[in-house]
Design a protein around this ligand. Structure first.
Ligand code: BES
Ligand code: ZN
Length: 617
């Protein structure tokens, strides 16, 4: 039997498993507290079972019962990122195979790391407050006492009481609503998730939400100010779902809705089942950033059906999901487009390896997370080293169709379970048993357990990248006094994907002379671009070339939205522009209280501030 341990959870994983979770929530916007009750249905895995431990973080526990009888509980010592173990002793013994219902009454802290409470001024409508959660990787424990490990899967049911001018949505099927009998002017929303899923996929949002239908099984949700724009941006959703089903098998989650969050949402997208959470920075107006939706849709199979057993195997979630996302791009656009995106991904991998350092063990495909906060380990490595390995195997095994056969079969076999890299690899060898000689030649240790870039660099078709590479080289080689050859027309045939690639290529070079980026603004008018992926790279380029005038714009983008992929590098680049180091710190401290706490914590580390420091060094 596989050993049961998770370096990121303090809960008893060998003694029992949670099968179902029944949540009753009262959301209080005045105190920024959720008063909650959770009933966990657990299955016992051992004889003489009478005590067990759940994960919590910053929760106030009021009472615990087991099958309705009062149970004793104590809180263990608080761990830096794992939180506080809730140790429960029940007043009877259970045997292997038995089930019991453990009920915990508790409330969350206003500082819950899973939750962000927004004031009306932080929303598009500026009239109502807003609450959203982000549980991945290990924050569910700060909103529900639970076995907060991706190795455990359960169904859930929830009843959420909120002020009746607001709407609650969750990562589940909507079951209806009714007035809250306990309080006038409140309403209860009910939800059911009938497919077993890990705790990190529990999600909730409450706000002045509206929705519009965008497909037979899909709606888009957001504040009313954004809902039309979002419906346009994500209109390809049903085509993507059908394409993904052709590739990976039936979509088992019933509905696929998208919620567009306020700008502080820390990720591009989050694959919460039945309801992807998305950053408003995807609303480019031309559907050009819809690959993020293809990515989150793909997680419906890789991640949500087949789940990494611990965060050390995170690449199984993200590497396969990037692989599927690019397969959807292949089907909906072209193979050349897939190759182009794959090349861009290799560059993202290089950037991550450079940022972490090529000897940093966190650049291993499977890093050790013993006493490592998974938030600190996050990077493009699991995404792009994972993709590169799968693409390399695709080429060795006979091409995209052949390798998709394996991916589909892997999904079927491991659906509704959680897997390790070892299990994945064993199945790869089983599926391709006729090609064992080729698989045995792969340098597995270099790919999986060695830091830095992979041992093999895949060759990609450069058709769509050639124009980007050529224009990048012209700018790199242009001498300061000789910039007359650049014309607005240089970009005429560029898609926004190619413009992004051109800017990414420039970011990998030594900073351009200031006169070159100023000339670039003069001819290409890049300041006017509102596409977040373009604007982000352009502002970084300017700050790295030490263009003073652009610093305020870079800091504005870093704080107007809070997607970590943008906010962290923008703050870091301004910090590294010595003249503006103090300004970066000052702006961060001024905005900190309005930022998502995870983003604020990581930016503080990036800017070398103590986690609680409130003044400039
Ligand atoms: N599941 C991730 C987001 C995540 C990862 C949240 C780790 C918390 C911890 C999501 O699917 C994701 O990868 N989003 C990317 C999309 C991109 C790779 C297309 C993002 O946010 O940019
Ligand atoms: Zn992902």
């Amino acid at each position: 039997m596989a050993s049961i341990s998770d370096p990121c959870s303090l809960s008893s994983l060998a003694k029992c498993v949670t099968k179902h979770l029944n949540l009753t929530y009262h959301v209080d916007f005045d105190s920024h507290i959720i008063k909650g009750k959770v009933a966990l249905t657990i299955e016992v895995l051992e004889d003489h079972f009478s005590s067990f431990t759940l994960d919590t973080r910053d929760l106030k526990i009021f009472s615990v019962t087991a099958n309705g009888q009062e149970a004793k509980f104590t809180m263990g010592p608080k761990h830096r990122f794992k939180g506080t173990p809730l140790e429960i002793t029940i007043p009877f013994d259970l045997s292997r195979g038995q089930h019991a219902i453990m009920e915990v009454c508790y409330e969350t802290s206003p500082n819950s790391s899973a939750l962000q409470w927004l004031s009306p001024e932080q929303t598009a409508g500026r009239k109502s407050p807003y609450l959203f959660s982000q549980c991945q990787p290990h924050h569910c424990r700060s909103m529900v006492p639970c076995q907060d490990s991706p190795s455990v899967k359960h169904t859930y049911y929830a009843q959420i009481s909120v002020p009746n001018e607001l709407v609650a949505v969750m990562s589940a099927l909507r079951e209806g609503q009714e007035p809250d009998p306990q309080g006038s002017s409140r309403i209860i929303y009910r939800f059911r998730q009938p497919v077993p899923m890990p705790s990190y996929l529990i999600a909730i949002a409450v706000g002045a939400l509206e929705s519009r239908e965008i497909g037979p099984r899909s709606r888009v949700w957001s504040e009313k100010e954004l809902v039309d724009k979002a419906a346009f941006e994500f209109s390809e959703t049903e085509t993507m779902l059908k394409t993904a089903e052709d590739l990976a098998g039936p979509y088992v989650w019933g509905h696929y809705d998208i919620l567009v969050l306020p700008p502080s949402f820390p990720y591009g997208g989050m694959e919460n089942p039945c309801l992807t959470f998305a950053t408003p920075t995807l609303l480019a107006g031309d559907r050009s950033l819809s690959n993020v939706i293809a990515h989150e849709i793909s997680h419906s199979w890789t991640g949500n059906l087949v789940t990494n057993k611990t965060w050390e195997h995170f690449w199984l979630n993200e590497g396969h999901t990037v692989y599927l996302e690019r397969m959807i791009g292949r089907c909906m656009v072209s193979e050349q487009f897939r190759q182009f995106k794959a090349m861009g991904g290799w560059k993202d991998l290089q950037d991550s390896v450079n940022t972490f350092g090529a000897n940093n063990p966190l650049t291993n495909l499977v890093p050790s997370l013993h006493e490592v906060d998974p938030e600190d380990a996050f990077s493009s490595v699991p995404y792009e080293k994972g993709f590169a390995l799968l693409y390399h195997l695709e080429q060795l095994m006979g091409g995209p169709e052949v390798f998709m056969g394996f991916v589909k079969s892997y999904i079927q076999l491991f659906s509704h379970s959680s897997v390790t890299t070892e299990e994945w690899k064993n199945y790869l060898f089983t599926y391709f048993k006729d090609k064992a000689d080729i698989l045995n030649k792969v340098d597995w240790n270099a790919w999986i357990h060695t830091p830095g870039m992979p041992p093999v660099q895949p060759q990609y078709d450069t058709t769509l990248a050639d124009a980007c590479i050529a224009l990048c080289q012209r700018w790199v080689q242009a001498k300061e006094g000789d910039l007359g050859g650049f014309k607005e027309a240089d970009l005429r045939t560029f898609s926004s994907h190619q413009l992004i690639e051109f800017l990414s290529l420039l970011l990998q070079e030594e900073p351009l002379p200031l006169s070159n980026v100023q000339k670039m603004q003069e001819v290409y008018k890049l300041n006017a671009y509102m596409n977040a992926e373009i604007r982000f790279r352009w502002l970084r380029l300017c700050v790295r070339s030490k263009w003073d005038d652009m610093v305020p714009m870079a800091l504005k983008m870093a704080t107007d939205q809070g997607r970590m992929k943008f906010t962290r590098p923008l703050f870091r680049d301004v910090y590294n522009f010595d003249t503006y180091r103090d300004e970066a710190v000052r702006v961060f401290l001024a905005h900190r209280s309005a930022m998502h706490c995870v983003t604020a914590g990581l930016v503080a580390k990036d800017l070398k501030l103590d986690s609680n420091q409130s003044t400039v060094l």
